[in-house]
Design a protein around this ligand. Structure first.
Ligand SMILES: [Zn+2]
Length: 77
């Protein structure tokens, strides 16, 4: 009787241990891979009108020049 209870307890303990280990290992691995993922860093581009640094994905392009917003792009032309 006692051995069954002990076996169940040990099994539960191992289960919890594995889950905790997976949790921390998963967090470690994701933080590691995100740190190592270089090359795709957000690049800032300077607005040709007001000089505001804007993320590459958010800039407004007019030919060779880049602007922080449509307002700046329209004012320039
Ligand atoms: Zn601007």
């Amino acid at each position: 009787m006692g051995t069954i209870l002990r076996t169940v307890l040990i099994a539960a303990l191992i289960f919890v241990l594995v889950r905790v280990l997976q949790h921390f290992l998963g967090r470690y691995l994701t933080s590691y891979t995100s740190k190592e993922g270089n090359g795709e860093e957000p690049t800032l581009l300077k607005c040709a009108k007001c000089g505001t640094w804007t993320p590459k994905e958010a800039v407004v392009r007019r030919g060779e020049q880049v602007f922080c917003s449509n307002d700046c792009a329209d004012e320039q032309t």
